[in-house]
Design a protein around this ligand. Structure first.
Ligand code: MRU
Length: 351
C-alpha cells in the first residue's frame, strides 16, 4: 500500500545551513527560510516559525552544528558547542525535547573529544548526531503511530488539539501518526481538529496536513468540542505533549486540559502520544513544568487584526497541565503506558 503521508518537511539540513519551513505562513504560503546563524535558529524557535516539541529539538541540534562549524581548534569547538547549547536553551521553556536534544549534542561532543577525534572529525560527527536525531524521530513516530492505531477501529471519531503532526516533528507526527497509517491501510477514521486559539495550530496546520493526505478531517472551534462530544461523534481524544512529568501529568497546548475534562465527563478515553524524549523523569509533577507566557498581541491582534480593546489586561499562557488522572494512556515508541504512571513511566526507561 502506498504511503499516505505527503507532508512538508519542517526542518531540512542543507549543507551547513537549515532550510526551515516558516510555519507562521501556513496554510497560505509555503516558504523555506535559510538559517545560517544560531541567532536565526533561536529566533525561529522563539517566534514559532518552527514549533512542536520534537521539531524544536531538531532545529536546535542543527543550531549547535552551525554555531560550532567555524571553530579553529578542538577547544574552541567544544566551547562553541557548550555556549550555543546554553543560548538555544533560552528560546522556549516548556518543551523538554529542546533540552533533551541540546544535552544529547553536548554529551556527543564531550565523547568525541574524549575519544581524541581531530577537529574535522569532531565537526563531521556532530553533524551526524543532529542528522541522527532527526532520522530517529521519524522511526519513533512510526512506532507511536502503530501503537496508537491499535486503539482505534474503522469509522471511529477522534478529536485532537493543536498540531502534533508531521509539521511538529521529523515526519508523521505523534498524535497524527495513526491517521496516516490508517489511511495507508484503508481504515477510515473521522478526525475532529480543534482550531486551537490563539495561534490556530489546529486550523492552520493540523487541518492542512491531514487534508493534504486525504484524511477525513473536520475543523471545529475549541469551544465546540463539548457539543461534538455530547452528540456522540467522538470515540477517543489523542493529543501530543511538550513534557510529561514523572507522575504522568501532561503539559500540552493551552486548551488541552479543558478537552481532557470534557472527555472524562463524556466517558471518552483521552490519550497522549509522545516519544520517550518528551518524558521528563527529573520533573516530579506538572506543577514544576515551566509554562511559557506569550505576547498579549497573539490574543488582542492575532494575524494583524485587532479584536480586543487597546490596553485590556491579557493572560496568555501557551500551555496547560492535564493532571494524570485524566490520562487514559501515554502512547510511546515502546508501547502504551497506563496508570500508575509514576511506576510505569520509570519502568519504561529501565526496559
Ligand atoms: O506552541 P507550539 O505550537 O510549539 O505547541 C505545540 C504543542 O503543544 C504540541 O502538541 C506538542 O509540542 C507536541 S508536537 C508532537
Amino acid at each position: 500500500m502506498s504511503e499516505a503521508y505527503v507532508g512538508l518537511e519542517s526542518v531540512k539540513w542543507n549543507n551547513g545551513q537549515v532550510d526551515l519551513l516558516d510555519q507562521r505562513l501556513l496554510p497560505e504560503e509555503v516558504v523555506y527560510l535559510p538559517l545560517t546563524t544560531q541567532k536565526d535558529v533561536w529566533e525561529a524557535i522563539r517566534h514559532l516559525k518552527v514549533r512542536g516539541a520534537p521539531a524544536i529539538g531538531i532545529a536546535a541540534a542543527y543550531g549547535v552544528v552551525i554555531a560550532s562549524q567555524q571553530a579553529a581548534t578542538t577547544e574552541e569547538w567544544l566551547d562553541a558547542v557548550q555556549q550555543s547549547a546554553q543560548y538555544l536553551a533560552t528560546s522556549r521553556p516548556t518543551a523538554v525535547n529542546l533540552f533533551w536534544a541540546l544535552d544529547r549534542m553536548k554529551a556527543a561532543a564531550d565523547q568525541f573529544i574524549a575519544q581524541g577525534f581531530s577537529l574535522a572529525d569532531c565537526k563531521k560527527a556532530l553533524e551526524q548526531e543532529a542528522i541522527a536525531i532527526q532520522q530517529q524521530d521519524e522511526q519513533t513516530n512510526r512506532a507511536i503511530g502503530e501503537y496508537a492505531l491499535s486503539l482505534f477501529k474503522e469509522d471511529m471519531g477522534v478529536l485532537t488539539h493543536c498540531n502534533a503532526g508531521g509539521l511538529a516533528t521529523a515526519k508523521y507526527g505523534t498524535a497524527l501518526a495513526p491517521f496516516y497509517i490508517a489511511k495507508e491501510r484503508g481504515i477510515n477514521l473521522r478526525v475532529y481538529a480543534d482550531e486551537t486559539r490563539p495561534v490556530l495550530q489546529g486550523a492552520r496546520l493540523t487541518a492542512f496536513e491531514l487534508q493534504q493526505a486525504g484524511v477525513d478531517v473536520t475543523l471545529i472551534c475549541d469551544n465546540m468540542a463539548g457539543m461534538v462530544m455530547s452528540k456522540g461523534w467522538v470515540d477517543a481524544v489523542i493529543v501530543g505533549t511538550d513534557r510529561v512529568a514523572a507522575n504522568g501529568d501532561v503539559a500540552n497546548k493551552i486548551g488541552t486540559y479543558s478537552v481532557a475534562v470534557l472527555a472524562k465527563a463524556h466517558g471518552i478515553p483521552f490519550y497522549v502520544a509522545c516519544p520517550l524524549s518528551t518524558i521528563d523523569l527529573n520533573t516530579p509533577t506538572g506543577a514544576e513544568i515551566p509554562i511559557e507566557e506569550r505576547p498579549d498581541e497573539e490574543i488582542t491582534e492575532g494575524f494583524g487584526k485587532r479584536t480586543a480593546p487597546k490596553g485590556v489586561k491579557v493572560y496568555n499562557p501557551a500551555f496547560d497541565v492535564t493532571p494524570n488522572e485524566y490520562v487514559t494512556g501515554i502512547i510511546t515508541e515502546k508501547g502504551i503506558v497506563t496508570a500508575p504512571y509514576e511506576e510505569n513511566l520509570r519502568k519504561l526507561f529501565e526496559q
